[in-house]
Design a protein around this ligand. Structure first.
Ligand SMILES: NC(=O)N[C@@H](CC(=O)O)C(=O)O
Length: 346
């Protein structure tokens, strides 16, 4: 039995760091284990322009814990007013690595997102030309579509037509949650990739709804039925070169989660790596963990692989903090609901 594994230092290709007090509290949870992260731009107001990204990058660098070696990979938030010239300058700056598409109304702070795709065609065409990836929140927002069907409907009615309309556009399907999402991503060509979160590999919709509502398991896209979770597990452990980790670690203060209209998001930065080692071991795929966490994402984004390492060892049951404290309030750390014996040892 394998009790230790050393992998290249991982990258988190979908991370919410927020700003201000929350940024200061959650950033060390990521920099402890990860070399780089794709930083989601859904702040209030959102990170829309290169200037916004530069300013946010500066705030992240200023909040880094002493001695941390961490590179934030900045992302622009696509609006109907986004300027293709600014997007090209953003790519040329070396600071910005993607543009994020939020269908307006799909999730936390998405109201500035896209309603009319015709308006963003010039930006998408420019991105295809310069090779800048589009990260996609893949859910339709039509209230008549059942929330559990919104990802599958998005693939058929928005994503696939969009990819045909803008050939060559590099697309990352963010936080896929369905067997349809996994199948579409895995059948795609080299322009298509997908991220999978830690929590969607662990929970299904029963975890949220059976035996009382568990707000800390509520996130978007919402976890689906068990067959979908198993499809995601197979995709993550398959070794597919364009399926990689994006934790979507999304901190919200507890009082906003435990609320009559609770915020969507699971906070997994703290324990993602031990949880992934647990799952990959369970699925007989420890040898594929490094690809998922540290290789495939970097390759898709055209980044050098990290030359640092992370070692995980198996031992006594790990004790994760139940909460991270911040001046914006406590944030509950994702509870997998089972004992985890893997620890990050360096
Ligand atoms: N995943 C979530 O449930 N929430 C994210 C937004 C997102 O990625 O959908 C957030 O910013 O809180």
């Amino acid at each position: 039995m394998q009790n230790t594994i050393t992998i290249r230092r991982p990258d988190d290709m979908h991370l919410h760091l927020r700003d201000g007090a929350m940024l200061a509290a959650v950033l060390p949870e990521t920099t402890r284990h990860f070399a780089r992260a794709i930083i989601m731009p859904n702040l209030v107001p959102p990170v829309v322009t290169l200037d916004d990204a530069r300013a946010y990058h500066g705030r992240i660098m200023a909040a880094l814990p002493a001695g941390a070696d961490f590179q934030p990979l900045m992302v622009l938030y696509l609006t109907e007013g986004t300027d293709p010239v600014d997007v090209a300058a953003a790519k040329a700056s070396g600071l910005v690595h993607a543009v994020k598409l939020y269908p307006a109304g799909a999730t936390t702070n998405s109201h500035s997102g896209v309603r009319d795709f015709d308006k963003v065609m010039p930006v998408l065409e420019k991105m295809a030309e310069i090779g800048l990836p589009l990260c996609v929140h893949g859910e339709v927002t039509d209230p008549s579509v059942d929330i559990f069907d919104r990802e599958a409907v998005f693939i058929d009615t928005v994503l696939d037509p969009l990819r045909r309309r803008v050939p060559g556009l590099r697309v990352v399907m963010e936080h896929i949650t369905t067997s349809e999402g996994a199948a579409y991503a895995m059948a795609g060509d080299e322009t298509l990739a997908a991220t999978i979160t830690t929590h969607h590999l662990i929970i299904n919709r029963n975890h949220i709804l059976a035996g009382g509502i568990k707000p800390h398991y509520y996130c978007l896209p919402v976890a689906k039925r068990e067959s979908h979770r198993l499809a995601l597990r197979r995709a993550a452990t398959s070794g597919h070169p364009r399926i990689f980790l994006g934790t979507d670690s999304a901190p919200h203060a507890d009082h906003l989660k435990e609320h009559a209209c609770g915020c969507a998001g699971c906070f997994t930065a703290t324990n993602t790596m031990p949880l992934l080692a647990h799952m990959f071991e369970e699925d007989g795929a420890l040898d594929r963990l490094e690809g998922f966490t540290s290789v495939h994402g970097a390759q898709f984004y055209g980044l050098p692989l990290s030359d640092q390492t992370l070692t995980l060892t198996k031992g006594d049951a790990a004790q994760f903090p139940a909460k991270i404290l911040s001046d914006a309030g406590p944030v509950t750390v994702f509870d997998p609901g089972f004992p985890v014996h893997w620890h990050v040892s360096n």
